[in-house]
Design a protein around this ligand. Structure first.
Ligand SMILES: C[S@@+](CC[C@H](N)C(=O)[O-])C[C@H]1O[C@@H](n2cnc3c(N)ncnc32)[C@H](O)[C@@H]1O
Length: 157
């Protein structure tokens, strides 16, 4: 299981998702351009102290990301408010890539069309969307539950 952040534009949300990924043991793809610097140095300067515990792969474009994903034979599961399937009804696979759109604009139609599965976290009809990190946490939790992918429990340090 991996998370993919499509052109993230709010560093605090990316930081929250990177920490989530570190804690749950999933790698993160960052698809550039982002709205802020996404180098290790920039993340460290922003105080992300979980950086050493998460594998981050940066892609210069969606096309470059797609090349790597398709070579790995992984499905692209897009989290989107326009999703056809509620996340609890989706059948996740252990090697899925869960993609989150950018905070300001989601993903373009071409990315939407490239997804193998489009998943929604159902929310009240009169409200627009969840925070991207919250949507990611909800869906990743379900995906790991289904695929027995949670890390084993241990005592806190
Ligand atoms: C703030 S939302 C983007 C809103 C944007 N204006 C749009 O129309 O897509 C940022 C990202 O969070 C995720 N997201 C937010 N709410 C969601 C929901 N209810 N179901 C699935 N994904 C959601 C999606 O990946 C979305 O692209």
């Amino acid at each position: 299981m991996r998370l993919a952040l499509y052109q993230p534009d709010i560093p605090q949300n990316a930081g929250t998702l990177l920490r989530l990924a570190a804690c749950l043991g999933v790698a993160v793809d960052i698809i550039e351009p982002a709205g802020f610097p996404v180098s290790d140095r920039a993340f460290r300067r922003a105080g992300l102290d979980y950086l050493d515990h998460v594998e981050i792969v940066r892609h210069v474009s969606f096309a470059a990301f797609e090349q790597a994903r398709q070579a790995a034979g992984a499905r692209l599961v897009l989290l989107t408010t326009r999703g056809a399937v509620a996340y609890v009804d989706a059948a996740f696979r252990a090697d899925d890539v869960l993609m989150l759109g950018r905070e300001s604009a989601g993903v373009p139609d071409a990315v939407h069309a490239a997804a193998d599965l489009r998943v929604v976290v159902p929310i009240r009809a009169e409200l627009r969307s969840l925070n991207v990190a919250v949507a990611g946490a909800i869906a990743l939790g379900e995906a790991l539950r289904q695929t027995a992918g949670f890390p084993s429990r241990r005592s806190p340090p």
